[in-house]
Write a protein that binds this ligand. Structure first.
Ligand SMILES: [Zn+2]
Length: 138
């Protein structure tokens, strides 16, 4: 790779998810997951221009929006929790994490109730898999 190509790829990398950015975000999300005593530990980060502006976790609490979306038992999913904690509504990027109790990465694709509204609000959505991360196509 020539130095010119390196410059081009690193400036592109700032706007897209890559291994390094993902590792950095994982370190932010993991403590939130391990502090969550629910059996499923979901953490959603909302980013604006690569800056984390909100962090949400799945939790049992009722909220009128959760009821409207149709979550069972009024559980607030991590995506909604993160959104309720931030005022921004422009240029939002969602990065979803799920870990088991050992801190291993698990599938955190937004569920069928979250997907429709998440696709409207977020420009890009990434989620963990047992082996890394994927970008949701839409
Ligand atoms: Zn959901």
């Amino acid at each position: 790779m020539t130095s010119n190509q390196q410059v081009a790829s690193s400036s592109l990398a700032e706007r897209v998810m890559n291994e390094r950015k993902f590792k950095r975000l994982s370190k932010i999300a993991l403590p939130y997951a391990l502090n969550n005593d629910r059996t499923k530990r979901h953490v959603s980060l909302i980013l604006v221009r690569n800056k984390v502006i909100s962090i949400g976790t799945n939790q049992l609490k009722s909220h009128p929006k959760a009821k409207k979306i149709g979550y069972r038992y009024d559980e607030v999913h991590s995506e909604l929790d993160a959104l309720l904690r931030c005022k921004e509504r422009q240029n939002l990027e969602l990065v979803n994490f799920r870990f088991n109790r050992f801190g291993d990465s698990r599938l955190s694709r937004p569920c069928s109730l979250c997907c429709p509204w998440c696709k409207l609000i977020f420009d890009k959505i990434y989620y963990t898999t047992p082996t890394g991360f994927e970008r949701l196509a839409y």
